[in-house]
Design a protein around this ligand. Sequence first.
Ligand SMILES: [Zn+2]
Length: 237
Amino acid sequence: MLKIDAHSHAGEGAAKWSGQQVVDRMDTIGVDKTVIFPFTEGFFHNEDIPKYVAENPDRLIPFCSVNPWNFHTAADELEKCYKEGFKGLKLHPTLCGFRLSDHKLVDPLFEITQTYGGVIIVHGSADLYNCPLEFDRMARRFPKVPLLMAHCGFFWEWELAIELAMENDNLYLETSRVPGFETSKIIEKLGAEKVIWGTDGPFCDYEWEYKKIERYAKTEHDFDMIMGGNIANLLKL
Ligand SMILES: [Zn+2]
């Protein structure tokens, strides 16, 4: 079964982290593939991602990111990316300053993603703009779009995140930077089929992100689904 990291940044922004650096670190613990997208602070673009994927086509999976406040260009940029082979979209409501469930700013991006069969991953800590209830609204509004909540509503709302992921077939919880106790409960209560492994590289203890799944997945099957099976199904790999 493939081991796939569903969340890594690459390029220049809050850190400098090339596609080759992503791959070199994957090789330290035997990860097969990683979803990469830009850092989303300030001005950012998607131009480095295809270059990194071209260097390591079997290892890196391209997602793009846009700031929905650029409403004259964001939808066009997203559509262009899907046409060029990007597989999904990353949004960061807190850093970019928009509510995830804002009709005017975000609905067009979900509509385009649905058209192209993409996957959406969104920063999902318990902040105002991307709290779990914002995910609930979008999962209900776009039930055909797979939606990943990065960081599982940590810190205050991880239990609510579990409830909402149980209520929405298309809402998945992604485990990057979630501590051990919460990770164990998320896997236990939600079930391995709705939990997806990600690391938020380079901002993580990479080996620990891996070890915590190894530690808390109850069976080999659960481990395989969390570590790559679920995201492979969503990306039709
Ligand atoms: Zn991130």
